[in-house]
Write a protein that binds this ligand. Structure first.
Ligand SMILES: [Zn+2]
Ligand SMILES: [Zn+2]
Ligand SMILES: [Zn+2]
Length: 168
């Protein structure tokens, strides 16, 4: 949750540093840690002990960007700095759904490109067969380039999507 820039519900001042503040996981009220201590840790909205967000934090096992392992769990990836912490398991699950959806579309795009590449190969072989019969055949650089491009691109997209599937 973005807490810098929000108002503290206890002293009504704007929170400047996220590290000086916390929030109630139950009602999403933001407060200064110092103000909360002055009120014996009671949430100003719930009038109950503040539901500490740290208890709900959820960490992904891997980094969603570079795939590095996130053990022991940290809030950011030790390899690339990408966020690996969510405010709750629900938010993590929603994010994971999003990753899986883009993984599927990446793999689909990759397969379509590979399919087109193979289609070009087949079309070219067919044309080559006909040309060979007439004794005038040639190798088109453009076709080779298109095939390498399509297969390379498709393979890369498919592989990216495949790797994303293992995100958890
Ligand atoms: Zn305050
Ligand atoms: Zn509360
Ligand atoms: Zn990373």
């Amino acid at each position: 949750m973005q807490i810098a820039g929000q108002k503290c519900k206890i002293c009504d001042k704007v929170i400047l540093m996220a590290s000086d503040a916390t929030w109630c996981a139950r009602c999403k009220t933001t407060v200064h840690i110092e103000c909360l201590t002055d009120r014996q840790g009671v949430c100003p909205v719930c009038a109950k002990p503040l539901d500490r967000p740290e208890q709900h934090f959820y960490y992904s096992k891997f980094c969603s960007v570079c795939g590095a392992r996130n053990t022991p769990p940290k809030s950011n990836c030790s390899n690339c700095g990408n966020a690996t912490q969510w405010d709750s398991e629900e938010e993590y699950v929603a994010f994971r759904c999003h990753v899986m959806a883009s993984s599927r579309s990446q793999m689909f795009i990759g397969l379509v490109q590979i399919g087109f590449g193979l289609l070009v190969v087949m079309g070219y072989l067919l044309a080559l067969g006909l040309l060979l019969q007439s004794g005038r055949w040639f190798v088109s650089g453009l076709v080779i380039f298109a095939v390498i491009y399509l297969l390379g691109r498709g393979g890369k997209n498919f592989w990216n999507g495949w790797c994303m599937r293992s995100f958890e």
